[in-house]
Structures are given as C-alpha cells and as structure tokens.
Design a protein around this ligand. Structure first.
Ligand SMILES: CC(C)(COP(=O)(O)OP(=O)(O)OC[C@H]1O[C@@H](n2cnc3c(N)ncnc32)[C@H](O)[C@@H]1OP(=O)(O)O)[C@@H](O)C(=O)NCCC(=O)NCCS
Length: 174
C-alpha cells in the first residue's frame, strides 16, 4: 500500500508523524498495550501482524510513540484490529486522527468499508466510532474474555472514501 507519511503540524506546534510500525517499536507498543487493556495483545501478536503484512501504524508526537493501530485489508474490506492511544495522551484528538489516517490508507488500498469489533463496555471507543458514523451491524456473543467471564462484541461498519465522516481538525489544537 503506497502512502505518504509526511508530518502533520497542528496549531499547538507539536510535531506529529505517522509511520509504519517497525520491529524496533514493538517493545514500546507492547508496553503501552499492557497499560491499556485487561487482556492485552502480546509483543508476539504485534510481531505476527507485521509478518502477516497487516497495515501496522504508529503515531509519534515530538518523537514519542503516542498511538498505534493494526488494520487488515482484504479486497474491498478493511478490518480494524487494534487502535490505541497512550493513557496520558487520550482525549486530545489523537485516536480520531489515527482513525482518519487509517480510513484514508484503506480507501487508497481500495477498501470500501471498514469493520471492527468493540466491547459494549468501552464507552470511549464507542463514542469515537459513533462520531465517525460507524453503524452497529451485529453482535458476537461472548467474543471477548472479561474479568467476570466473557463479554459480547458489537460489530460495527462504516463506509470509506466519499462516505467517510472525517473528524474535525479542531482536535489538533488541543
Ligand atoms: C478509544 C481511544 C482510542 C480514543 O482515543 P482518544 O485519543 O482518547 O480519542 P479522541 O481524543 O480522538 O476522541 C475522539 C472522540 O471520541 C469520544 N471519546 C474519546 N474518549 C472518550 C471518553 N473517555 N468518554 C467519552 N467519549 C470519548 C469523543 O466523542 C471524542 O470527541 P471529543 O473529544 O470531541 O468529544 C482511547 O480511549 C484508547 O486508546 N483506549 C484504550 C484502548 C481501546 O479501548 N481502544 C479501542 C479498542 S476497540
């Protein structure tokens, strides 16, 4: 997938740069992941995603890795497998920035829709996907491990390309 990784310069002058995830990022990605989830992906899960050729991206802010994502693109479908923002950097628009970046990459690849699963209990992620016009299209019973047993997954889908509801650049100011 061809994509430019030019830096973006928000109004707060922080330097934000998207880049392909590299082997050298895996320790930090796995470390962040372990702080964000009760059932985190392992370093091996991320390494396998690189080997499988999934679209694995990181976002650096002033040289610090602040967000990462893994997406699988097959023909006209993109499947978002992981999108995470470092705990101290949340609610600054970075999750939405990464989501919009992935949507552009997937559309360039030729994907027409993006799919994802999200926990019903994940209020932050659901609000972000709702704002991006993802629609619930199904439910996978007992899909996720949970501290008290299992939790369903809500399956969501959104149109890419012209149908994509891009986030506001307002978020970059924070
Ligand atoms: C979900 C996640 C990626 C959102 O990233 P973020 O950078 O904090 O989100 P943004 O600042 O871009 O917020 C975008 C929108 O999402 C919604 N949102 C984000 N966090 C929220 C929260 N804690 N509560 C309610 N709404 C929230 C808001 O609508 C927000 O827009 P607004 O700030 O203009 O109101 C982040 O919370 C995260 O990494 N969580 C842990 C990992 C995870 O659960 N990933 C998703 C797995 S499906």
């Amino acid at each position: 997938m061809e994509m430019s990784f030019a830096s973006v310069q928000p109004a707060d002058r922080a330097q934000r740069t998207f880049a392909p995830m590299r082997e050298s990022d895996l320790d930090e990605v796995a470390r962040l992941e372990s702080t964000l989830y009760d059932f985190p992906w392992t370093r091996v899960n991320f390494a396998d995603s690189l080997i499988a050729g999934y679209c694995c991206r990181v976002l650096f802010q002033d040289g610090v890795l602040v967000a990462y994502a893994v997406m699988m693109c097959v023909l006209d479908e993109a499947h978002l497998l992981n999108l995470s923002v470092a705990g101290t950097m949340q609610r600054r628009g970075l999750g939405r920035l990464m989501l919009d970046h992935l949507a552009r990459e997937a559309a360039l690849y030729g994907a027409e829709r993006m799919f994802l699963e999200v926990r019903p209990s994940n209020v932050a992620a659901r609000a972000m996907y709702d704002a991006a016009a993802f629609q619930p299209i199904g439910r996978r019973p007992r899909y996720y491990p949970a501290l008290d047993g299992r939790e369903d997954a809500i399956v969501m889908s959104a149109e890419l390309g012209e149908g994509w509801r891009a986030g506001s650049n307002e978020a970059w100011r924070r």
